[in-house]
Design a protein around this ligand. Structure first.
Ligand code: FES
Length: 180
């Protein structure tokens, strides 16, 4: 299935600065990351500096600047999930998917990430697949879930992207090119 062109996504919104976040959310949902060309087009069409678009793209943890697999699997290793067995769930997921946390499979089907608290501690250990939550996970349930993903039994379409600022520290501007 072909993806919606960047220009079409950008045109859904008024050409003004306040549209940046909504446009980035839609591009992230469609492409599972924010390609550089998309950020350049957003800057150009909305008449804002590219550095400003990059600043938002790096500030919100729902956004990624690198490509992800069709299935983005996130295993929570926040305190509660860690205590509840999150590391064992992650290890089972790594084994079942054949990739380590932080990696994407060579066929681009799966990306695996260890993440911090997603705010559902009572239901942990938590796993998110394209932002869909799976609660009370165990190594066995992780293995079953990985099997469902491999068989394509879980929809690839992402649940709504949750835009949440990165929890701490200043905005990482290391990826920001000179303003242009
Ligand atoms: S620690 Fe995992 S949801 Fe809070």
């Amino acid at each position: 299935m072909s993806k919606t062109p960047f220009s079409e996504i950008i045109e859904r919104y008024p050409a003004e600065r306040s549209s940046i976040l909504s446009i980035l959310e839609d591009i992230q949902a469609e492409y599972k990351y924010l390609p550089r060309e998309a950020l350049e087009m957003v800057a150009e069409r909305l008449h804002v500096k590219l550095s400003e678009v990059y600043q938002l793209a790096t500030f919100y943890k729902a956004f990624s600047l690198t490509p992800k697999g069709d299935y983005l699997v996130k295993v929570c290793l926040g305190t509660a999930c860690h205590v509840g067995g999150g590391p064992r769930v992650l290890a089972a997921m790594e084994k079942a998917l054949g990739i380590r946390a932080g990696e994407t499979s060579p066929d681009n089907r799966f990306s695996l990430e260890a993440i911090r608290c997603v705010g559902a501690c009572a239901l942990g250990p938590m796993v998110l697949v394209n932002e869909r939550p799976y609660s009370k996970m165990t190594p066995m349930k992780a293995e079953e879930l990985a099997g469902q993903l491999k068989r394509g039994e879980v929809p690839i379409t992402p649940a709504a992207v949750v835009v949440e600022a990165r929890p701490s520290g200043p905005v990482d501007l290391s990826a920001v090119p000179p303003a242009g």
